[in-house]
Design a protein around this ligand. Structure first.
Ligand code: SF4
Length: 324
């Protein structure tokens, strides 16, 4: 008997897999990439967790499907920010359900805990996730199964309901007891989870989709740099540090011209193509202001197909109104 697990890398999903594994079932961890994970790479952590409990890790790239099917029209709406968690979980189960046959697995599990998140993990929400998953009663939540109606895998004896748990709420005390029992090490995932739950990222995304059509290659540009919307509507993105600069350089988006100050150290920048002459002029001054530049001197900023000039502004304060 084999189960596929929705695996986020977080502690709850590790424990859910371990509980099922301890019943003698095989478990395959499925991590789904929506494109909105932070820039911090969690693969090493996820592999470490799977190695410690002896399950295989598979990473599934569903960025396109997530954009097309979930992000902009979630049936159950958004959480506090741009996070359509109920629809997202349903989507993940739906796609994982399509892999059951491929992996010769019989059902799915997840680390959801009843009442842990008021909006997306209450009883109704978990039922809605199940409905969206379009699979026939094949979802078991090992951490809170005893608080939920019995499922087909339990009824048919594929998994022993008596050995599943009844954890609810936000406290992690039961989970931490289990960590001790298992001897799990380094279980806290690296900082930075789903960016859709963060207010600043959600604001950038909202601004972007109000003005342009979001494509896969735009997502990474939203994760790096200072974002400014100039008066005539052009977007300017300025690297804040070396890491931002490197990430912005990697963009494959065709929506931007890429530029940098000549003859001074300064940030790598992306300026939306077809910016008006006024926006270009302002962009020049802003880019120079964020460089290691002197007042009064005019600098050239070289883009791939054109150059602009700029002078350092007296204060960055006046730029606040352009920040997204
Ligand atoms: S936090 Fe992000 S990845 Fe997790 S369910 Fe919500 S939208 Fe999906």
């Amino acid at each position: 008997m084999r189960a596929l697990a929705l695996f986020s890398g977080g502690l709850d999903s590790v424990l859910a897999m371990k509980i099922v594994k301890d019943q003698g079932l095989e478990v395959v961890a499925i991590n789904i990439q929506t494109g909105f994970g932070s820039t911090i790479d969690r693969r090493e952590h996820m592999q470490n967790m799977c190695d410690q409990i002896g399950v295989e890790l598979k990473i599934l790239d569903l960025r396109t499907e997530f954009l097309d099917e979930v992000l902009f029209d979630p049936k159950y709406g958004y959480g506090k920010n741009f996070n359509p968690c109920i629809d997202c979980h349903g989507f993940m189960f739906r796609y994982t359900g399509q892999l059951l046959e491929k992996y010769d697995a019989s059902f799915m599990i997840s680390g959801e805990v009843l009442g842990q998140r008021p909006m997306s993990q209450n009883k109704d929400a978990l039922q809605n996730v199940k409905n969206l998953s379009e699979v026939d009663d094949l979802i078991v939540r090992p951490l809170c199964a005893k608080l939920m109606p019995i499922t087909k895998p339990e009824e048919l004896g594929w998994i022993n309901r008596d050995k599943l748990l009844d954890i609810s709420g936000r406290s992690r005390s039961r989970q931490l007891e289990l960590v001790k029992e298992i001897g799990l090490k380094d279980f806290e995932p690296p900082a930075g989870g789903c960016l859709l739950t963060e207010i600043q990222f959600s604001n950038k995304l909202r601004d972007f989709v109000t003005n342009e059509t979001l494509e896969i290659e735009d997502i990474n540009t939203l994760k790096a740099g200072r974002h400014l919307r100039l008066p005539d509507g052009a977007k300017l993105i300025i690297g804040r540090n070396q890491e931002d600069n490197e990430n912005l350089k990697k963009t494959t988006s065709l929506k931007y011209d890429r530029g940098r100050i000549l003859e001074a150290n300064g940030p790598f920048c992306l300026l939306q193509k077809d910016a008006s002459p006024q926006d270009k002029k302002l962009a020049g001054d802003i880019i120079v202001t964020y460089g290691r530049t002197d007042f009064e001197q005019e600098y050239i900023i070289e883009f791939e197909e054109f150059q602009i000039t700029g002078k350092k502004l007296d204060s960055k304060e006046e730029l606040q109104k352009y920040f997204v």
